[in-house]
Design a protein around this ligand. Structure first.
Ligand SMILES: NC(=O)C1=CN([C@@H]2O[C@H](COP(=O)(O)OP(=O)(O)OC[C@H]3O[C@@H](n4cnc5c(N)ncnc54)[C@H](OP(=O)(O)O)[C@@H]3O)[C@@H](O)[C@H]2O)C=CC1
Ligand SMILES: O=C(O)[C@@H]1CCC=N1
Length: 275
């Protein structure tokens, strides 16, 4: 078996793998250097059709000789997937896991040990190149492997290295899971406006564009979120009335509780996926 350091094999070809593959292809990666293993034939066919990469039903076949193996299966099946792959990983590729909760030492042990492992936590805006990914590495990951991980996840958006792995569960809570919180807020704004009589399409268009505008200001204006909020809030005006209602409902505590719950769930997933 010859190893091709440029070859990237995805194990699991679901939503996140598709987003990351799409990012790589958009950034000029050669589809001939990409492979994916996925049990679902329809997903395999769609990936082959959309990106022109090689698709496999067998994980070992996809990973064989790859310089990078990116694990994109659910945390609950990570242990059996890695254990079955271990013999194929004897050439010690860089292993990248995007699974929530699963620790680097677990991935390394299940994959046979002695591997350079990066734990990454992307999010679904990766699909449109607007993702945010936290990354954490073990000591075997050198500069070249860091650069490779950054190139792969960076093709989907922003990357941030986190040096303490125990912080990856809170990274998951505030970026991996967090698109859902913003979608929920837009859903709730739309429902509230509809209850006041605004047509649903107008409510959705206004709430969606407002979310986009607020997001762009957060990134482009250079001001803190608190200052941006203050600029909207006229003394004794409409915004103040809304913010008072949020405060009375315990908004900040509610958000803190949600982040705690997601962080805890991440820790449970590492226990539930085999130790
Ligand atoms: N969705 C998100 O927002 C994010 C998810 N993640 C992480 O990414 C990982 C994948 O999530 P996501 O893409 O949403 O999930 P999906 O279910 O869309 O993708 C996982 C894929 O893996 C396939 N699969 C199942 N068993 C195996 C196996 N033994 N070998 C190879 N492939 C297999 C599944 O096939 P089948 O459906 O047929 O079982 C499925 O297509 C998870 O670990 C999750 O924690 C990380 C960040 C964000
Ligand atoms: O909900 C989950 O468990 C996955 C990980 C982060 C986003 N989705």
């Amino acid at each position: 078996m010859t190893t091709n350091p440029q070859r990237i094999a995805f194990v699991g070809g679901g939503n996140m793998a598709r987003s990351l593959i799409g990012g790589l292809v958009r950034h000029g990666a050669d589809p001939a250097a990409l492979a994916v293993a996925e049990p679902n034939a329809d997903l395999r066919d769609a990936l082959a059709r959309d990106f022109g990469l090689s698709v496999h039903a067998d994980n070992g076949e996809a990973a064989c000789g790859a310089g990078v193996v990116l694990l994109a299966v659910k945390p609950q099946v990570m242990q059996p997937v890695c254990t079955a792959l271990a013999p194929t990983l004897a050439h010690k590729p860089l292993v990248i896991s995007i699974a929530a909760g699963v620790r680097i030492d677990q991935i390394d042990a299940w994959c046979g040990g002695g591997l350079a492992v990066v734990r990454a936590m992307p999010n679904t805006p990766a699909l449109i190149g607007a993702g945010a990914t936290g990354l954490c590495a073990n000591a075997r990951v050198g500069d070249a492997e860091r650069a490779a991980a950054e190139r792969i996840l960076g093709a989907a958006g922003l990357t941030v290295w986190v040096e303490r792995e125990d912080l990856m569960d809170v990274v998951t809570a505030i970026s991996g899971s967090a698109p859902a919180y913003f979608f929920l807020l837009v859903e709730a704004l739309e429902a509230a406006a509809v209850a006041h009589g605004l047509p649903a399409d107008a409510a959705r268009a206004l709430a969606t564009q407002t979310a986009l505008g607020a997001g762009r200001m957060l990134r482009e204006d250079g001001e803190t979120p608190a200052r941006l909020r203050e600029r909207v809030t006229s003394p004794n005006g409409t915004t103040q009335a809304a913010l008072d209602a949020f405060a009375a409902g315990g908004f900040r505590d509610l958000v803190a509780n949600a982040v705690d719950a997601a962080t805890r769930r991440g820790r449970e997933l590492s226990a539930g996926s085999g130790g």
